[in-house]
Design a binder for this molecule. Structure first.
Ligand SMILES: [Zn+2]
Length: 323
C-alpha cells in the first residue's frame, strides 16, 4: 500500500520545506500532492521549481492538483478561478439564463487553455502526474449556446451534461498521457459523487480512482468510511485501476481526533492501493497531535522494500516511530 500526503503549504522557505519533506518521507510516503492555483506559477515560478525539485530529492514523487481551475475542481484556497473571472462568457448558464460561477467544460477555448496549462506544467516542472480533485459540473445543467448546439434536444441536456463531463475528464487524462506517457492520472471524488465511478473507470487514460472519505466534515457516521472505501476499491479493481482512499486528518475537534484511528482502520480494511492524508492541514484543534497520530498510524503500514534503499535517508528516519 502506497502513501501519498497532500502538502498545501508555501514553498518559499527551503529549510522548512526540507524538514517537512523529511517528515513526510519518514512517515513512509512515496509521493506528495501539491496544489497550484492559477496565479501562483506567475508569481513564484522559482519557488515552485525549487520546492518540487526538493520533493524529488527527498524521494517523493509529485502529483499536481489544478486548484480551482475554471472553478471546476477543489483547491486549498477559497479563491475564484482567474480564467473564469476573465472569461465570463465561458460560464455555465442555467435554464433561466443565469450564469453560474464555473466555466462550461464544453467551451473549446476553455478546454484548449486548460490542456495547454497541463502541457506547460508537465513540460516545465518535475511532476509525476495530475490529480483531479473533486470535479464539479453536473450539479447545474448547462443551457449555454455551446451545450445547446451540441445537444439540440433540451430534454436530453441533463444526460448530455453528465456524459460530456465524463468525456471531458477522459480528454484531460488523455492530454496528460500525450505529454508524458508515464505520468499518472487520478480522479478523486466526494462520496456523494461515487455514482460516477463506473463510467470513470471505463476511461482508458485514467490510472487511479479515489475518494475523499471525509466523514466528519460531511457529518456522516464513521462507519461510512469503510463502506465508501470498499465501493471505490471494488470498482477500481474490477476495471484494473488503482484505488486511492483519503483520511480526513484535518478540521478535527477533540471528538474527531479520537475517531481518527477508527477511520484509519476502516480505510485499511478496504485494502486500497494507496492511502492519502494531509500534512498539517487546516483547522485542527491540536495540529501537532493530528500529525503525530497520522504519522503513528501510517507507520503501521508495511513498508515497501524500495523505501529502505532510498539514498540519503539517515537511520533515524528509518524503522523508528517519531516520538
Ligand atoms: Zn455549457
Amino acid at each position: 500500500m502506497d502513501i501519498t500526503v497532500a502538502y498545501f503549504h508555501p514553498l518559499l522557505h527551503p529549510e522548512v520545506v526540507k524538514r517537512d519533506f523529511e517528515r513526510i518521507r519518514a512517515a513512509g510516503a512515496d509521493s506528495i500532492v501539491y496544489a497550484v492555483h492559477e496565479q501562483e506559477e506567475q508569481r513564484w515560478p522559482r519557488d515552485l521549481e525549487r520546492g518540487l525539485v526538493q520533493a524529488q530529492d527527498a524521494g517523493l514523487k509529485v502529483y499536481l492538483s489544478l486548484g480551482r481551475f475554471g472553478n471546476l475542481f477543489a483547491g486549498p484556497s477559497l479563491v475564484p478561478s482567474w480564467y473564469t473571472f476573465r472569461h465570463p462568457q465561458s460560464r455555465v448558464m442555467d435554464r433561466h439564463g443565469r450564469p453560474h460561477d464555473i466555466s462550461c467544460f464544453n467551451h473549446e477555448s476553455f478546454r484548449s487553455w486548460l490542456f495547454k496549462e497541463i502541457e506547460y506544467y508537465l513540460g516545465t516542472y518535475p511532476i509525476n502526474g495530475i490529480l483531479i480533485d473533486e470535479p464539479r459540473g453536473t450539479d447545474v445543467t448547462c443551457f449555454c449556446s455551446v451545450c445547446r448546439a451540441l445537444c439540440p434536444d433540451v430534454t436530453d441536456l441533463p444526460r448530455f451534461r453528465r456524459r460530456s463531463m465524463i468525456d471531458f475528464l477522459g480528454e484531460l487524462c488523455a492530454c496528460v498521457k500525450r505529454v508524458d506517457v508515464d505520468a499518472k492520472t487520478m480522479i478523486v471524488l466526494l462520496p456523494q459523487d461515487l455514482n460516477q465511478l463506473d463510467e470513470l473507470a471505463l476511461l482508458p487514460p485514467l490510472d487511479t480512482l479515489g475518494c475523499h472519505l471525509f466523514w466528519s466534515l460531511l457529518n456522516e457516521e464513521i462507519i461510512q468510511v469503510e463502506q465508501w472505501g470498499r465501493t471505490v476499491v471494488e470498482v477500481a479493481h474490477r476495471y484494473e485501476k488503482r484505488s486511492q482512499l483519503w483520511l480526513q486528518n484535518f478540521n478535527l475537534d477533540e471528538a474527531g481526533e479520537e475517531q481518527l484511528e477508527i477511520a484509519f482502520a476502516q480505510i485499511l480494511n478496504a485494502e486500497p492501493d494507496q492511502i492519502g492524508c494531509f500534512y498539517f492541514w487546516r483547522n485542527n484543534l491540536h495540529p501537532e497531535t493530528a500529525w503525530q497520530t497520522t504519522h503513528r498510524l501510517l507507520r503501521r503500514i508495511p513498508r515497501r522494500q524500495l523505501y529502505w534503499q532510498v539514498p540519503g535517508l539517515t537511520n533515524h528516519l528509518v524503522g523508528k516511530e517519531v516520538p
